[in-house]
Design a protein around this ligand. Structure first.
Ligand code: PLP
Length: 287
């Protein structure tokens, strides 16, 4: 496996970074998770734009142009002879001294990893998943914006730990006001009376690229879709529910905190959206 590290491709065993990198010491950096389907890097431009926006927000300058980084991403896929893959781009603040101050870091480090996928088992797309809500809260946009996909993923990791403890594969985070924000690495949608609803970013959600794609697909098909704040109660009484994310794609949720959603099987509209989403993944992007 070849990994892109700063200025060249190196073997996995040689892809090492310093313990003085502020990405390691402080979670100071940004990242993207991207999928490739049959050699097509799904919505690469949007991922690259989001990476640069995240970096700008934390005053980190990516030492490449967007075009260069896009090309390197596609090249990483090709060098590893992968068609279907998960790609991770990381830009960390770089190597500095032990202090917090990022001005001691001379050059951001850029890492691109492309790997074979490990996904939710296929059967879960047929049955839907069970999730819980957890105690960990998502910060709202008035603090560090949840739109910044930073290397600080402790909230999300705590969500995963709570999900593991509850014996389920994913969990929902609420914000400090009790509104539903998102999953550990996915956005959340509910469907009620034919209307498709997802929390607005300011509640404390990343503006997911899969979320955008699904919203576009839904409105293209003529289904009403809008951003709306909602609570756990609204989730419990929804007709259908699903999560979206680069890794999860569109996955139906059939039970939340022990409450059965709809009839306990993936809803018709959710299934349709997954089907339509999968139609676009090999063409919507960069080859
Ligand atoms: N929310 C968080 C916190 C995430 O890390 C991710 C994954 O990237 C998502 C939502 C889903 O976003 P996307 O569809 O861009 O993968």
């Amino acid at each position: 496996q070849l990994i892109y590290l700063n200025d060249r491709f190196v073997n996995k065993k040689d892809a090492l970074v310093s313990v003085y990198d502020h990405g390691f010491l402080y979670g100071d950096g940004v990242f993207e998770g991207i999928r490739a389907y049959e050699g097509n890097v799904f919505r690469l431009d949007e991922h690259i734009d989001r990476l640069y926006d995240s970096a700008k927000s934390i005053m980190l300058s990516v030492p490449f142009t967007k075009e260069e980084l896009s090309e390197l991403t596609v090249e990483t896929l090709k060098r590893n002879q992968l068609n279907d893959a998960y790609i991770r781009i990381v830009v960390s603040r770089g190597v500095g001294n032990l202090g917090l101050d990022p001005s001691s870091c001379r050059r951001p480090q850029v890492i691109i990893i492309a790997e074979q996928l490990s996904l939710f088992p296929k059967a879960l797309y047929e049955t839907g998943i069970e999730i819980v809500t957890v105690a960990t809260r998502r910060n709202r946009s008035d603090v560090l914006s949840p739109k910044v996909k930073s290397l600080n993923y402790l909230n999300n990791i705590l969500v995963r730990i709570e999900a593991n403890l509850a014996g389920v594969s994913e969990a929902l985070m609420l914000n400090d006001q009790g509104y539903v924000a998102e999953g550990s690495a996915d956005n959340v949608f509910i469907i009620k009376n034919g209307e498709i609803l997802t929390p607005p970013g300011y509640v404390g959600a990343l503006e997911g690229i899969t979320r955008n794609a699904v919203m576009e697909i839904a409105s293209g098909l003529g289904f009403p879709v809008r951003e709306q704040v909602f609570t756990r109660h609204d989730v419990y009484v929804a007709d259908e529910m699903f999560l979206t994310g680069t890794a999860a794609e569109v996955i139906s949720v059939v039970k939340v905190d022990g409450r059965t959603i709809g009839d306990g099987t993936p809803g018709e509209l959710t299934k349709k959206l997954l089907k339509e989403f999968r139609k676009t993944v090999t063409t919507d992007g960069t080859k």
